[in-house]
Write a protein that binds this ligand. Structure first.
Ligand SMILES: [Zn+2]
Length: 286
């Protein structure tokens, strides 16, 4: 969906609520209070009222659009911008563009980022380069795998002969076999060809990941795609997200990779996001 189609489809709150209603009840209606499956129109056009107990439900109940303090049309605009703009939008930019308080934008953007976290249904496959990097804390002593104010991140990227595929990243405390293993189990197929540098944290994982191979980094030359990806993440964070706390870093990484992994499917990325935001109750894991 491009911005022309978006603006044609969503002209006012009713258009948005009608779309939410379609998504929310696409597998059928069931009253939250009594379980009855018959309904009539409720107080508002897109509400559904149970014919037995009379419970009147708005399409926003149980979704990420419930109890927002601004029109649902604005919420759709924000979700559209964040999902389709190459670099997303900072809360400051959102605040200016939609005339909302920055704190309000901050809260809603956090919801969007949570909807953008991986469903964990499609682990990375093929040849995968894995490595860690640090964000923040520059000039605070030695770079690398230590603990401190810096944010340590582990990244996995699918590498093809002529380019890269999808990628996932996660904030970790230590580059230990325990944490690196948990990351790989979560995001990478067990039979993938995993390639890492010589860091000893990966050594014990070879027993479990039979195709895990360690090669020298050669100053990054053997992991060019991985390093380019790291540079892009760092550039993006520096560019529009100046103050990213350690707690929020995972949300930003999820946002980045939600867009990155769908860069070839920009036509449907907004729909995917809205579906996740609408069905958040049913998919509590996302
Ligand atoms: Zn009912």
């Amino acid at each position: 969906m491009n911005s022309i189609k978006f603006n044609q489809k969503f002209k006012d709150d009713t258009d948005c609520l009608s779309y939410l209603s379609e998504l929310k009840w696409q597998d059928g209606y069931k009253c939250k209070k009594c379980g009855n499956d018959k309904f009539c129109t409720g107080k508002k056009t897109n509400n559904r009222r149970c014919t037995t107990c009379g419970y009147d439900e708005s399409p926003t109940v149980g979704t990420m659009f419930e109890k927002i303090k601004f029109p649902v049309l604005i919420a759709f605009h924000i979700a559209f911008k964040i999902s389709t703009k190459k670099k997303g939008m900072s809360t400051l930019e959102l605040s200016h563009e939609f005339e909302l308080r920055q704190k309000t934008c901050w809260g809603f953007k956090l919801k969007i980022q949570k909807a953008m976290s991986s469903s964990l249904q499609h682990p990375l496959t093929g040849t995968i380069h894995v490595g860690e990097f640090v964000i923040g804390g520059e000039g605070q002593g030695k770079k690398g795998r230590g603990k401190g104010l810096k944010k340590l991140i582990v990244l996995a990227v699918e590498v093809f002969e002529n380019g890269v595929g999808r990628a996932y990243a996660e904030v970790i405390e230590h580059a230990s076999a325990k944490e690196l293993g948990a990351f790989l189990r979560k995001y990478v197929a067990m039979d993938a060809n995993i390639i890492t540098d010589g860091w000893r944290g990966y050594l014990p994982l070879k027993k479990e990941f039979l195709n895990l191979k360690q090669i020298p980094s050669n100053d990054g030359k053997n992991f060019k795609d991985l390093h380019l990806h790291i540079m892009n993440i760092k550039g993006w964070l520096r560019g529009i997200h100046h103050h990213c706390s350690k707690e929020r870093m995972q949300n930003y990484l999820d946002e980045y990779h939600f867009r990155y992994n769908r860069r070839a499917y920009m036509g449907t990325i907004f729909d995917v996001l809205i579906k996740r935001m609408a069905k958040i109750e049913q998919n509590a894991h996302i």
